[in-house]
Design a protein around this ligand. Structure first.
Ligand SMILES: Cc1cc2nc3c(=O)[nH]c(=O)nc-3n(C[C@H](O)[C@H](O)[C@H](O)COP(=O)(O)OP(=O)(O)OC[C@H]3O[C@@H](n4cnc5c(N)ncnc54)[C@H](O)[C@@H]3O)c2cc1C
Length: 476
């Protein structure tokens, strides 16, 4: 008996049902990663490619240590897997489902090529509950989060995650693959070193982060989660996206911590974090049932929205030179770490789509290239949510004021000073809107408007009025 285990966005050994089932059945295991991004509209962006490289390196090391090395191959997935079945005489192909439309098409091609030749064993470890299992009383997909969350909690059974296998039986003959470097996932210019330094990529790093957050962070999550300067959120998103940790493991870690501290159930505060994890489920649910939402608005009326062509404004937003400190700090955090705090994601997305009136797709594309957690479900959902055209979205007319948001969520200016060192000497009262500061204050802090730090690209009040006029134009 030989099973090919096809690794995708489940780059871990623990709580991996395809792998655990193959080990339980016995026989040889051929772990495989297929790199197939030619013509893929959603091939990973630059930051994701860097993460993928390091995550694959860790997975390969962990598999080799257990006895069956990772086989990396390149090419059209269905033909690569068919060739591997032929070469290894495998009886089964086991893998985890994905929910992005192009990945579902890939799975269909694999099934068409191989269903008659091997047993296909398909699991769904990427989510707590498979999207097709959740529907409203009328049998429709959910478009509102709260009832979705209620139903998820009814349906989800918190099973104990599978332990990572201790030993894997290799196939009798070595299966050839290509070295990881052949995939050329890393950039040639070396910009990635700074990004990588912020993270501990791979399954063990993901586990440490989860355990540390559950032990020390989760009880303060509700109070801290909106403060970008605080260490108040889990930063698990890239680990979850690449499947270095499963959502079931995350859920179980929270429940186990509650049990260990003698509580009868998970505290309300910890539930608050699990609820956030359910937004990830909701975003995947929406993408699964409305696959066009990676490109098109869920609310069809937004198909008529008069978006503004503003290449210069978009470039300033991307570089973090809009003149609004909270926007610029977020965009620089993104550039330097491959991640941005959720509150600031909402602020920068509102600024792009409302103050500048630029299409949400342009922002989503930039995020796709620069985020290490770039995820088609979450990213499309987050952008459509902010732009007012998605599921359970913030109404378009709710336009974030970047100065008030900054004062409210970074009151001491720690976040701004960290990412905008050129403003670090300004007193906090002047930091959130430097152009409003008296010249003496600016001079004392060595900030020359337009030289050391840009003047605002737009006046927020005027931009807000223009944004609302665009909404009325769509509704006319
Ligand atoms: C415009 C925009 C774009 C976004 N793009 C992405 C993206 O490409 N990839 C991505 O993973 N998240 C995206 N998000 C959602 C959210 O900002 C991140 O998941 C979160 O900031 C990750 O930080 P964390 O792991 O510390 O989250 P925590 O607050 O610790 O939450 C735990 C986990 O829950 C999930 N989660 C939390 N908030 C959300 C949310 N609003 N929507 C969906 N899932 C959520 C994430 O998997 C996260 O890791 C986007 C949000 C916005 C507003």
């Amino acid at each position: 008996m030989t099973t090919i285990v096809w690794f995708r966005r489940d780059l871990r050994l623990g709580d991996h049902r395809p792998l655990a089932n193959a080990v339980a059945r016995g026989g040889a295991i051929v772990p495989v990663y297929v790199h197939d991004d030619a013509g893929d509209p959603w091939a990973p962006g630059a930051a994701s490619r860097v993460w993928l490289h390091h995550s694959l390196a860790v997975l390969a090391r962990d598999l080799a240590a257990r006895g069956s090395p990772l086989v990396i191959r390149q090419g059209p997935t269905a033909s690569v897997l068919a060739a591997l079945v032929a070469a290894t005489g495998a009886d089964a192909l086991a893998f985890n489902r994905r929910h992005e439309p192009h990945e579902r098409a890939r799975e269909a091609a694999v099934a068409a090529a191989l269903a008659a030749r091997v047993a296909l064993e398909i699991s769904d470890d990427g989510l707590l509950v498979a999207p097709a299992r959740l529907h409203t009383r009328d049998g429709e997909p959910y478009r509102v989060f709260t009832p979705f969350w209620q139903r998820l909690r009814e349906v989800f059974v918190a099973a104990i995650p599978h332990a990572p296998p201790r030993r894997l039986t290799p196939p009798p003959r070595t299966v050839a693959g290509v070295p990881l470097d052949t995939l050329a996932l890393l950039p040639s210019t070396g910009w990635d070193a700074d990004v990588v330094a912020h993270w501990s990529i791979g399954e063990a790093g993901a586990r440490r982060r989860l355990d540390a957050f559950v032990a020390d962070g989760i009880e303060d999550y509700a109070a801290q989660r909106d403060l970008p300067a605080a260490d108040g959120v889990s930063r698990l998103s890239p680990h979850l996206h690449f499947g270095e940790i499963s959502p079931r493991q995350a859920w179980h870690a929270v429940a186990a911590q509650a049990a260990a501290s003698g509580r009868l159930g998970v505290s309300d505060r910890a539930i608050g974090w699990l609820r956030q994890l359910a937004w990830r489920e909701f975003a995947q649910h929406v993408l699964h049932h409305y696959p066009a939402t990676s490109d098109a608005p869920l609310r069809e009326d937004f198909g008529r929205f008069p978006w503004v062509e503003d290449a210069a404004g978009l470039a300033h937003w991307q570089r973090g030179t809009t003149g609004y400190p909270i926007v610029d700090a977020g965009m620089r955090e993104l550039w330097q770490t491959g991640w941005m705090h959720n509150r600031v994601r909402m602020i920068v997305a509102s600024f792009l789509t409302k103050d500048l009136g630029v299409h949400w797709r342009a922002g989503a594309a930039w995020f796709w290239d620069t985020l290490v957690d770039a995820d088609l479900g979450n990213n499309s959902f987050g952008w459509q949510w902010t732009a007012g055209c998605g599921a359970d979205a913030a109404p378009y007319f709710r336009i974030f004021n970047p100065i008030l948001q900054s004062r409210k969520f970074d009151p001491d200016g720690h976040y701004l000073r960290r990412w905008l060192p050129e403003l670090a000497s300004l007193p906090t009262t002047a930091l959130h809107a430097p152009w409003q500061a008296p010249p003496t204050v600016l001079t004392a802090a060595k900030v020359r408007p337009g030289i050391d730090y840009p003047v605002p690209l737009v006046d927020h009040g005027t931009a807000r009025t223009a944004a609302l006029a665009r909404l009325r134009q769509m509704q006319a």
